[in-house]
Design a protein. Structure first.
Ligand code: R1P
Ligand code: URA
Length: 286
């Protein structure tokens, strides 16, 4: 079946609508970062850079790290952007743009997010590099997709729903990291469940001037425990990446540079250093 022009939008130069990339511009290993300025912080470590493209907040550099072709791409903030990035990355490798049809042979991308995040556990201090074993979405993205069959954990999600039962406005979704990426790039790192929030302030329990509808949000989040699992940190993209990667058959891992300690009410005085550590760790382990 042909995919409609309104559903898969291809620019006059043959590039995909938002990412502004041509099929072939994307490597099979894709690093995503939220901040567009972080793209060159990553690609400055590449041995060669073959292309730099961008549109809006979606900046892409593709090049080589040793013999491995790697793309680094900024997503901007939030799972609404993740919807665009994951669908357009998938289309670039799995749709024939001329025929507007799904290819016979599908490509599974390795997608590694390098993001910043806030810890909700006292033993995970600022400066920690943490791998997300699970992404727990508190946003609405996955209300619009059929859930993935792989890498979900229905029993753990049920326990989480019971824990958050007083907070009826959300329909949380839970997806696991790719096991192989977790055991290689995430090797020996602290792990946990990463909560993906639909905002930075009240949706992550911050109080500035507007009053919070969920006043003890950090306590609620940090007190969840089930066997070896607990919620470790808060950010704004991981759960969407894990869920859509699983829906579309890609492999994903999120690496978090912990900049805030929400239990100690502190924010890092050297955020760039922490992010640089996370970038180097990921590139060494690709
Ligand atoms: O540093 P990045 O990757 O943008 O990630 C975190 O930082 C942003 C909020 O400041 C959100 O995108 C959050 O997920
Ligand atoms: O606390 C934090 C820090 C970085 N990014 C977030 O989304 N939250």
């Amino acid at each position: 079946m042909k995919i409609a022009q309104s559903d898969l939008i291809i620019n006059p130069d043959g590039s995909i609508y938002h990412l502004n990339l041509l099929p072939g511009d994307v490597a099979e290993t894709v690093i995503t970062v939220g901040d567009p300025d972080r793209v060159s912080q990553v690609s400055k470590h590449f041995d060669t850079i073959e292309l730099k493209k961008g549109k809006r907040e979606f900046i892409t550099h593709t090049g080589f790290v040793g013999k491995k072709r790697v793309t680094v791409l900024s997503t901007g903030i939030g799972t609404d952007n993740i919807d665009i990035v994951l669908n357009e990355l998938d289309a670039l490798v799995n749709i024939d743009f001329n025929a507007r049809q799904i290819k016979q042979e599908l490509t599974s991308l390795n997608i590694v997010r390098i993001g910043t995040s806030g810890s909700v556990q006292p033993d995970i201090p600022m400066g920690t590099i943490l791998a997300s074993a699970y992404g727990l979405g508190m946003d609405a993205l996955m209300n619009y997709y059929l859930p993935p069959e792989l890498n979900s954990n229905a029993a753990l999600l049920e326990e989480i729903k019971v824990h958050f039962k007083g907070f009826q406005k959300i329909n949380p979704y839970l997806n696991a990291a790719d096991e192989n990426l977790l055991n290689t790039i995430g090797k020996d790192l602290p792990t946990g469940i990463t909560v993906t929030a639909p905002g930075f302030y009240a949706p992550q329990g911050r109080l500035v001037r507007a009053q919070n509808a969920v006043p003890h949000f950090i306590n609620l989040v940090s007190s969840f425990k089930s066997n070896q699992y607990r919620i470790t940190n808060l950010e704004m993209e991981t759960a969407g990446i894990y869920a859509l990667a699983n829906v579309l058959g890609h492999k994903a891992l999120s690496i978090n540079a912990i900049l805030a300690s929400r239990v100690n009410f502190q924010f890092s005085s050297e955020p760039d250093k922490v992010v640089e550590n996370a970038i180097k760790l990921v590139l060494e382990r690709l």
